[in-house]
Design a protein around this ligand. Structure first.
Ligand code: GLC
Length: 541
């Protein structure tokens, strides 16, 4: 069926797959994944699974205090991941397959080992001093203001060499760059150009709104007792403050316009998505700008949602009402900072969650391993890695970052049989792995594959509008996607009971989480517990 609308930019119809490179595929046998491992598995991603783009978490030179989110060289590859040549090969092979590659970009902070910071901290008069945020102590020697690090403790570290504090919104090993210094802006723009020149298709921008703070570094006020919920659950006292001044200053929009101008120097619809944890829809939608800033702010609302139809519908309607006319929606259900979706919702609901993610209107991002239904792994203390977890008990992200199990053999096809993976495999990796699931028609992996195919085939799903269906039974979420005269109805049963609902006469089943469902009778359908399905309402000719 032809679509009534003009062609859309690739990133609007693409399904993105996030790769945490340490955990995807290790080709050197050192227990840590690498770029060649990703290149090796491009066939899995494009042909077997059927996604359109990958976002690769940082692989730059780094002391790995925050596993790559502490960058010591923005224009090189850390030896643990390979070389620039390896990256170029990955990119070429991805492009040969018609695949897009999005890289992570970490503008808010560098590593304390970055030569810029090494110079900056060397003396008060160093030309790079003002590349970071330095301040005198208060008269009593305490930090310049009350800002807190998201990873626990004050956001200021005292530096003996020069007797000043520097700002770090995250770890002390991650000093914040001073985006109010035009030299920093120019240097960071050049790092974008470095990767754009190599041919990358876009950037995922780490904690994008953090880059602009109050120029006067005013204290944050205490959080109101009920201010609509915390922006992040940090358990570290961070949420006791209203983060009015330490991030998201209105000047961030001019900084985003500058970044967009750099992307627009290049052809091919280079794309940007900002990691922006803001849960007030009006404030969130500001981050779309006027179509001249980042292409989209990530929408984390579903990650925070309870698994029930009213909550999910509320989030989707909130987004649809907030989104500006030039904006395009997006959804994620998991990433390298969050509990895995199968842990949050349970393994059976993880299948329905796949249907939800891949049938909503907007760009979906799948977190690696969610297509296998991976759950968080209990990582024993002696194998713990995440610095957030060691600073703030309960905040470790190790559980969602464990290696991708490709097969049942020793090393699970992730690493060599004798190698020690950097984090342990889940205890169900013998069962929940690519090799085992590919041969099982009813596996969650095959559900993802069928869903991705269906999304690609049906314009209503990859580009159409969305409207909720009101007359569905309690506990069921129903919506209809439409592109011109092509429609897809999606029904999700969130309960443990069978739910009966009416459907158009002559409708046909497109997909169900229950691979064995034979088809549908006309006019009514009994939706099984936790079942999700998509239906073509038009009688076939
Ligand atoms: C972002 C990243 C997270 C990292 C933090 C600091 O939130 O997703 O993994 O620790 O920024 O860079």
């Amino acid at each position: 069926m032809t679509s009534p609308h003009p062609a859309l930019e690739w990133w609007k119809t693409a399904v993105v797959y996030q790769i945490y490179p340490r955990s995807f595929r290790d080709t050197t046998g050192n227990g840590t994944g690498d770029l060649n491992g990703i290149t090796e598995r491009l066939g899995y991603l494009s042909d077997t699974l059927g996604v359109d783009a990958i976002w690769i978490s940082p692989f730059y030179t780094s002391p790995m205090a925050d596993f790559g989110y502490d960058v010591a060289d923005y224009t090189d590859v850390d030896p643990i991941f390979g070389t620039l040549d390896d990256f170029d090969l990955l990119l070429t092979e991805a492009h040969d397959r018609g695949f897009k590659v999005i890289v992570d970009w970490v503008p808010n902070h560098s590593s304390d080992q970055h030569p810029w910071f090494v110079e900056s901290r060397s003396s008060l008069s160093d030309p790079k001093r003002n590349w970071y945020v330095w301040q005198d102590p208060k008269p009593d020697g305490s930090p310049p203001n009350n800002w807190q690090s998201l990873f626990g403790g004050p956001a200021w570290e005292y530096d003996n060499t020069t007797g000043q504090y520097y700002l770090h919104s995250f770890l002390p090993q991650q000093p914040d760059l001073n985006w109010r210094n035009p030299e920093v802006v120019a240097a960071m723009h050049d790092t974008l150009r470095f990767w754009l020149d190599r041919g990358v298709d876009g950037f995922r921008i780490d904690v994008a709104h953090f880059i602009m703070k109050d120029p006067d570094l005013a204290d944050n006020p205490p959080a109101a007792p009920s201010n609509g919920g915390a922006e992040l659950t940090t358990m570290s006292g961070y949420d006791d403050w209203d983060h009015l001044h330490d991030k998201g200053h209105p000047d961030v929009h001019e900084a985003f316009r500058g970044i967009r101008r750099v992307l627009d120097e290049y052809d091919g619809d280079r794309f940007s998505v900002g990691e922006i944890h803001v849960f007030d829809w009006d404030r969130w939608s500001d981050y779309y700008g006027n179509g001249d800033e980042l292409h989209m702010p990530f929408n984390f609302s579903l990650v925070q949602s309870d698994w029930n139809p009213a909550a999910i519908r509320g989030r989707v309607e909130g987004l649809e009402a907030a989104i500006p006319p030039h904006g395009w929606p997006n959804y994620v259900l998991g990433n390298h900072d969050e509990q895995r979706l199968a842990t949050r919702y349970g393994s059976r609901n993880a299948r329905a969650a796949a249907v939800l993610l891949l049938t909503l209107r907007g760009q979906p991002t799948i977190y690696y391993g969610d297509e296998l239904g991976l759950r968080d792994t209990d990582v024993p203390c002696e194998q713990a890695q995440d610095p957030w977890g060691s600073r703030v008990p309960g905040m470790s992200r190790d559980g969602c970052r464990t290696p991708m199990p490709w097969s049942s053999v020793a090393g699970h096809g992730f690493t060599g049989p004798a190698a020690e993976p950097w984090l342990p495999f889940g205890d169900d990796a013998d069962r929940r792995n690519v090799g085992t699931q590919i041969d099982d028609p009813s596996s969650i992996l095959n559900l993802y594959r069928r869903l991705l195919r269906l999304r690609k085939e049906r314009p209503s799903l990859h580009r159409g509008g969305i409207a909720f269906i009101d007359n569905v039974p309690d506990g069921v979420l129903g919506f209809i996607r439409a592109d011109g005269t092509e429609h897809t109805i999606v029904l999700i049963n969130f309960t443990d009971e069978v739910k009966r609902t009416s459907i158009p006469d002559g409708a046909t089943l497109l997909i169900s989480t229950d691979q064995k469902r034979a088809g549908i009778r006309s006019r009514v359908i009994d939706i099984d517990p936790t079942e999700a399905l998509a239906i073509d309402p038009e009688p076939s000719a």
